[in-house]
Design a binder for this molecule. Structure first.
Ligand code: HEC
Length: 199
């Protein structure tokens, strides 16, 4: 084995299958990285575990939930108000128009499953007199706010919640579709649907 002159005194005694080792120093960048991980580890342990300055995962969860409640204007008091909301099929043109915008919008995706004219596609026809889950304003609102996750419709169509006024606009739009007889109407599922006519 060829050993350079200036390497001779670095050569270690041991040898494995002809492989010998030089007693080189660790590269400086490597050592600093190593010291940094130690310092970071100590700092991390002190910050989160010893002094508990930083939030743990449960606290982070609470903070995120609070932020979401703020963002989506959702809190317990409001839930109580929402529970007593009176659902009605509005016949006001601007309410129906707003409902149509939501129905056709990318936030809630109703049209993708119920068709652009409510004629039905993956989801049932919303223009006829046969309903799976009832057609009272309250029942339709519940269909929207809770969805049918096991059938493919998540709450609010896409999981993106909306204020009760908007849900009410949406049901008003659906109410306005009654008897419109759109082309390509999806056939009624006679095994499940029951007669029901939106008043
Ligand atoms: C991913 C597809 C999908 C999307 C998006 C979707 N739905 Fe549905 N929807 C369905 C399916 C499927 C059903 C039928 C559930 C069943 O078989 O019980 C349904 C049922 C309904 C019903 C009850 C119909 C009845 O006959 O009782 C209403 C009302 C309704 N959807 C409204 C909406 C509205 C409004 C939106 C948008 C906010 C929406 N859906 C978005 C798939 C969807």
């Amino acid at each position: 084995m060829k050993v350079l002159d200036d390497e001779k005194d670095k050569l270690l005694e041991h040898e494995y299958d002809g492989i010998r080792e030089l007693d080189n120093h660790m590269p400086v960048w490597w050592l600093w990285l190593f010291y940094f991980t130690i310092a970071f580890g100590i700092g991390y342990a002190l910050y989160y575990e010893v002094f508990e300055w930083g939030p743990d995962q449960h606290e982070e969860y609470e903070m995120e939930m609070a932020a979401a409640a703020e963002k989506y204007k959702f809190n317990e008091q409001q839930s109580a108000e929402e529970a007593s909301f009176t659902w009605t099929y509005s016949e006001q043109a601007e309410v129906i128009e707003k409902g149509k915008e939501i129905f056709m919008g990318m936030n809630n995706l109703c049209f993708t499953c119920h068709g652009s004219a409510g004629e039905g596609l993956v989801g049932p026809n919303l223009t006829d007199d046969k309903w799976l889950h009832g057609c009272s304003a309250e029942e339709v609102a519940t269909s929207i706010t809770e969805g049918f996750p096991d059938k493919g419709m998540v709450a609010y169509g896409s999981g993106a919640p909306m204020p009760n006024e908007d849900v009410n606009a949406l049901i008003s739009y659906i109410g306005s579709l009654k008897g419109t007889n759109p082309p390509n109407a999806k056939a009624v599922d006679e095994t499940r649907a029951k007669p029901c006519s939106i008043q």
